[in-house]
Ligand binder design. Structure first.
Ligand code: R5P
Length: 295
């Protein structure tokens, strides 16, 4: 029998929450959020969740600490009131630190996992988690859907690309880029990127390519400062690439990221709406609904 869903959209994800409720044919709970002058959130949920399967939708883009706390507050209240809480977290912050890279570092994703469980979350659904191994830190069922096929379909429909090549800025995004390339039916290549773990500085290894007359799409899970895409774009231009598109699931696009990438030759940016911006061109609500419908 299909589940009886109630969707509660957190303040960070009102649009995705509404889209998800509509796709699921579910009621969208009335949620009131008030911020006190010092920034603390007060949240009131005006629907009765008892005996419902509940999806709380809250993406954890900046201010990520505040958005995380709002998610925890909602989950605590709704599980206390008898709901089976599914946390739908389109962008899962803190997922990059999924192990102790340098001695003494906190494994932040492990802490997020503990927090979610401690407030009664029974299941986590996210989109393009930074690394699949991060899912192993959860002691509740945790699943990551991929928006890469949607991004690829969007690019096929909206751009006329000449002999395109899909490019991963680092080995970590190779499998995503390979999946993207198979949908747009192109070649793909991965650069080798290293990051100085103390300073954060990025080094992208040069490699000889002939891209004369070809368009390239740089594919990543997230674009944060734009540094990775910028290094990659500079090399692709050096090899003769024509049009450059940067695509990612999570377009954090901090500070001058867009200007940096544009100066390096990036013509357009295509991101999903896990992080809202003018580049959020692909809606993940149908993807999340399809997953919840399988439960
Ligand atoms: C790193 O491994 C990620 O996949 C992204 O490449 C990275 O987080 C992007 O960050 P930025 O835009 O600051 O280079």
């Amino acid at each position: 029998m299909p589940r009886d869903w109630l969707v509660a959209a957190g303040p960070a994800s009102l649009d995705i929450g509404a889209g998800l409720a509509s796709k699921l044919g579910a009621k969208l709970a009335k949620v009131e959020t008030v911020d006190f002058p010092d920034g603390e959130s007060k949240i009131r949920i005006l629907d009765e969740p008892r005996n419902k399967s509940l999806a709380i939708v809250q993406s954890l883009y900046p201010p990520q600490d505040k958005h995380l706390l709002q998610l925890l507050l909602m989950a605590h209240k709704l599980s206390e009131d008898g709901a089976e809480v599914n946390a739908v977290v389109p962008y899962l912050a803190y997922a990059r630190q999924d192990k102790e890279f340098l001695k003494g570092e906190v494994v932040t994703l492990g802490v997020v996992s503990h927090l979610l469980r401690s407030v009664g979350v029974r299941r986590l659904v996210t989109v393009d988690i930074h690394s699949a191994q991060g899912l192993g830190l959860f002691s509740i069922p945790a699943y990551s859907c991929s928006a890469i096929p949607l991004l690829a379909e969007y690019i096929i429909t909206n751009y006329k690309l000449r002999n395109p090549i899909a490019v991963s800025p680092d080995f970590g995004s190779s499998s995503r880029t390979e999946a993207f390339a198979s949908i747009i039916k192109s070649e793909f290549v991965s650069f080798k990127k290293t990051r100085d773990r103390q300073t954060g500085e990025i080094f992208t290894e040069d490699q000889a390519l002939n891209l004369s007359g070809r368009d390239a799409i740089i594919v990543d899970d997230m674009i944060s400062t734009g540094g990775s895409v910028t290094k990659c774009a500079q090399l692709l231009k050096k090899y003769g690439a024509s049009k450059l598109i940067a695509t990612c699931t999570h377009g954090l696009l901090l500070g001058s990221a867009v200007d940096r990438m544009t100066s390096a030759g990036v013509d357009d940016i295509v991101a999903s709406n896990t992080v809202p911006s003018r580049y959020s061109k692909v809606d993940v609500a149908p993807l999340l609904a399809s997953y919840l419908e399988t439960l």
